[in-house]
Design a protein around this ligand. Structure first.
Ligand code: NAD
Length: 383
């Protein structure tokens, strides 16, 4: 079996799907790994390091893909700029982030090409699959980096300082949405010495927030919106108004605000309106990690930096790419663990759709869409 690892083509991407440690593990499992030249350069991995780990270095994407049974990527293949799906060998298995609920044209191309597409987003968030959960590993990176980004832009210290030149009070961080990225943002802001407040609509996270040394914003009324698989659901209109009032109370004293609130398959909820931004102190910074799904702040523009009445709002859509070494290392570990679920003792791919990870994560196979949620979203897009 041949595995192809390609250089990512997304603008600004610096990660790579497999690092040398992963190459070694796959070679040991009986696979041949072909890495496109330069694929790891931006993540600090040279061709020589890949070769040392046992990979063949391919001079071009076509050479890496020739005869490949498995194709590993970080970002979805493009269908618009160039037809990257058309270069995948027919019947091969593609493992990648695919944004399957929002990219109907990509799913159609994968079906037409007969590709077996395994979506990293669709790996179920069950305890057994934690080591394959790339949404979590990359959200960890994003949560950490978001705080550094905000701190770097802030015209103030975050920690408290007691110096001969006076005492500096610690800065305040407000974290909205305390899932994987939010909890990491809380931990990072605490390490930088900030006083941290946080809020989430899932009551279960209150204890986790508190155990990280942050204050959980309390409401007088129950505001729980937890659905299937531990994910959030939409709040009622009345609850949403109450949430906005709660956040509005915390914003005027916040120096940095990290927003991470998302609802799978939906537009992100607006948690900070334009009027609320105006209540913030000039110099404060918002980093909106929900920018790609519409943003938690009304003024967020994806991939842009907006300044409004002295408040800076960042809308990054690919923060994991800013820490490519460890983001790639973690992603590679996720992918190799996932591949182990579908390899037999000789290193052959054996797809078992009864497997509780491979089954739900496989979105297309044999010219058909296998995942019901993806099928439904595609039908919705056509209607
Ligand atoms: P996510 O990226 O979908 O959302 C981020 C956070 O935003 C969530 O905590 C969500 O509750 C919150 N949110 C949504 N609407 C909100 C609103 N209006 N106001 C405030 N907060 C709001 O979530 P995620 O970080 O990918 O993970 C969510 C949950 O999934 C986890 O906390 C956990 O329960 C579950 N999970 C399980 C595993 C596992 O067991 N393997 C792994 C990862 C995640």
């Amino acid at each position: 079996m041949k595995v192809a690892v390609l250089k990512e083509t997304r603008t600004g991407e610096r990660r790579v799907a497999l690092v040398p440690q992963g190459v070694q593990e796959l070679v040991k499992a009986g696979l041949a790994v072909s890495v496109e030249t330069g694929a790891g350069t931006r993540a600090g991995v040279t061709d020589a390091l890949y070769a040392e780990a046992g990979a063949e270095i391919a001079g071009s994407p076509a050479e890496a893909l020739a005869g490949a049974d498995l194709v590993l990527r970080v970002n979805p293949p493009t269908t618009e700029v160039s037809d990257e799906v058309g270069t995948i060998p027919k019947g091969a298995v593609l493992v990648s982030f695919l944004s399957p609920l929002t990219r109907p044209e990509l799913i159609r191309s994968l079906v037409e090409r007969g590709v077996t597409a395994i979506s990293m987003e669709m790996v179920p968030r069950i305890t057994r699959a934690q080591s394959m959960d790339a949404l979590s590993s990359q959200a960890t990176v994003a949560g950490y980096k978001s705080v550094l980004m905000a701190a770097d832009h802030l015209p103030k210290f975050l920690p408290m300082f007691t110096t001969a030149a006076g005492t500096i009070r610690p800065g305040k961080a407000l974290i909205l949405g305390a899932g994987v990225a939010g909890l990491q943002a809380i931990a990072t802001a605490r390490r930088l010495g900030a006083v941290v407040e946080a809020f989430d609509v899932r009551p279960a996270v209150k204890e986790q927030v508190q155990s990280l040394g942050a204050r959980f914003l309390e409401t007088t009324e129950e505001m729980a919106a937890e659905g299937e698989g531990g994910y959030a659901t939409e709040l009622s209109e009345e609850q949403h108004e109450k949430e906005l009032a709660l956040i509005a109370g915390a914003l005027p004293t916040a120096d940095i605000v990290i927003t991470t609130a998302q609802i799978p398959g939906r537009t992100a909820p607006v948690l900070i309106t334009e009027e609320m931004v105006r209540s913030m102190r000039p110099g404060s910074v918002i980093v909106d990690l929900a920018a790609e799904s519409g943003g938690n702040c009304e003024l967020t523009r994806a991939e842009e930096v907006v300044t409004h009445e002295g408040v800076t709002i960042f809308g990054p859509t690919n923060l994991p790419a800013a820490i490519p070494v460890h983001a790639s290392q973690m992603y590679s570990k996720n992918i190799v663990t996932l591949l182990r679920e579908m390899l037999d003792d000789e290193g052959n791919v054996v797809l078992d759709f009864e497997n509780d990870v491979i089954g739900p994560a496989t979105v297309t196979h044999g010219g058909e869409i296998r995942n019901e949620r993806v099928k439904a979203s595609l039908e919705g897009a056509r209607a």
